[in-house]
Every structure is written in structure tokens, then in C-alpha cells.
Design a protein around this ligand. Sequence first.
Ligand code: KG4
Ligand code: ZN
Length: 347
Amino acid sequence: MTEGNVTATGTRQNYILGIDTSCDDTGVGIVSLGADGGTQVRANRIWSQTVHAQYGGVMPELASREHVERIDDILQGALAEAGLKLGDLTAVAATSGPGLVGALLVGLMYGKGLAQALNVPFYAAHHLEGHIYAAASEAELERPYLALVVSGGHTHLFDVQHAGEYRLVGATRDDAAGEAFDKVARLAGLGYPGGPAISEAARRGDPTAVPFKEPLQGQKGFDFSFSGLKTAALLASRAGAKPDDLAASFERAAVSFLVKTTVRAAKALGRTTVVVSGGVAANQALRAAFAATDLRVVFPGQGLNTDNGAMIALAGAAAVRAGRAPSALAVGAEAYAPLANVEAQVD
Ligand code: KG4
Ligand code: ZN
């Protein structure tokens, strides 16, 4: 393992670079890891690709090409933001999955090459673990805790009892939460990405205007489902519901379902801390609803909810801190890579 740099006060400082190119954001972040094990985000640069807007969805090949074109500049921007030179970096982490395989490959290969050129360890990071570690910038996470990852591609609830062990206790049976926000925004003519557009419109709308039935009512487990809400939104829209009212009513229904299911799981498993991360964790109504529960709820800081490189740097920092062996440079990109690695035991 690298020794890190000696600071003016004599303590050793590690600087971990994190790269995420799993979808349509080119993210590069830098995190410092102090001798006391504390982490701090020093830089978080993101290039959100706009080329896809004209197609109404992400075009994988265009995403890969744009990552190639942007990644150098984004790295330089991150170094400048942190006031560091390439030679100051003591480890490099990059997302190896899950995600679009061509897009993943760009950041993964770039990260491996950089680590080799700098002669520092390389860590392949899991995208969802990165989302969870994004909350570590806000609070040191004491296990056990529940982790709700709500993004455009995932709605997963994990129980985390030990470092690096993830037990899946619930997942969506159809659409991801963010995907539902995006689709409802689209059918209401509110634009893309849908999450922020729905939140904005919801402020002007009446949350009681459109009645939504809670999904999976009466289920014993902790799964999620958003296709019913999406269909109800489509029918309400066709029946003439105002976009603002639809947004407000849908947001309230989706938030209530996410919070109720998570609270039930926390009670059943005896957990008092919940980490909520991923793009949908930026939603203010969701944050307010979780704050009103009696759980300790930890959210990522600003700029760390949606895909970014700093969260991957934080996952890398956790690996360095734990003394984990670096990844083999032969590690490949994986489009499908489940995070859960511990048997589920929920009755
Ligand atoms: O984590 P992320 O950047 O990408 C994935 O890994 O999928 O999440 C993107 C998702 C999009 O579906 C977007 O609509 C949603 O996060 N999102 C939000 C908000 N901001 C972003 N959803 C609800 N409310 C928001 N404020
Ligand atoms: Zn993500």
C-alpha cells in the first residue's frame, strides 16, 4: 500500500482519485484520506452529457465517445479544484460496473492506465457501493445500517452489517424510482431529467388532486414497484389532470411508498440508521419525509446524489483505509453486477 504524502504537520495524507463513466455523466473526484481515517471531498467535477436529450434517452455509443473526449479536461479540472498535481495522487479508483459496458470501459481503462503510469494502487469500484459511500462524506457510517439506493437504474434496499457485505432486503419489481420520475415527467410534458422537473412542478400543484393507490399494499416483504403509479399517472394525464397537480400527487405517492417501506424494513430488522443515496436522494420531499421519521437518516452532500466521481473516490478511500489488496489490472467492465453478496434471511 502507498505511504501517502507527508503534510506540513507531519501526518500522512492520501489523495484518492475516483472516476465514474457508468452512464451519461463523466465524473472525476478527489478525496483526501487523513491519518485518522477521516475523508474529505477535495474535488468533484462532472460533465453531464447533453447530446442524448434530442433522443429522449441515453445512446450508449454516443455516451462512450463523449467520455473519451471529455475525460482529460474533467480530470484537469478536478486537479485544479483540489490544488493538486497528478503526482500527488496516491491511489486511483474507477467504476467497473454495473452500467453501460462501453461507457464503463472508458473510465476503467483510463483509471488503470493512470494508476500504472503513476505507480499507485488501482481499485475497481462498484457503482452502487459508490452511491452508498457518497453518504460517508456527511457522517462516518456506523454499521449496521440500511442503505436505500434510489437512482435512475436502481431501487435497492440493503442491510449492511459488516464492511463490504450487502444483504438485499428489497428491490423494485419493475421500474426504478428515478425512471418512474423520468417517465411521469415525460408524459406530463415536464422535460428531462424528470426528477428535478417533477419537484419543481410539484411546488405549484395540489398533491391531493390525483388519487394514487399505494403499490404492493399488504406485502410482507420490502419490495418496491412503480409501474402501477406510472400507469395511474398516464390515465390521469389522459383524463385531463394538470401537469403540476399530477407532479405533486405522484411525488407524494412515490415518496410515501419509499419511506413507509424503508421504515417497515428498519423496524423489522432493528436498524436505526438509514443511508439514502442515488439521484432520487436529491428530492427535497423525500428528505423531508425521512426527516420526520424517528430514524437517523444520512444523505449524501450536495453534488453527491447523482452519478459522480467523488463517490467512487470515497469507495476507493474505504478500500485503502481497510488495507484491501488493490484490484488486478485485468479486471473488466461488467454491465450487470449485483452488489448483494450475503444471503437474504428476511421472512
Ligand atoms: O444516480 P443517478 O445520477 O444515475 C443512476 O445511477 O441511475 O440518478 C439519476 C436519476 C434520474 O432518474 C433523475 O430523474 C433522478 O435521479 N433525480 C431525481 C431528482 N434529481 C435527480 N428524482 C427525484 N427528485 C429529484 N430532485
Ligand atoms: Zn448511479
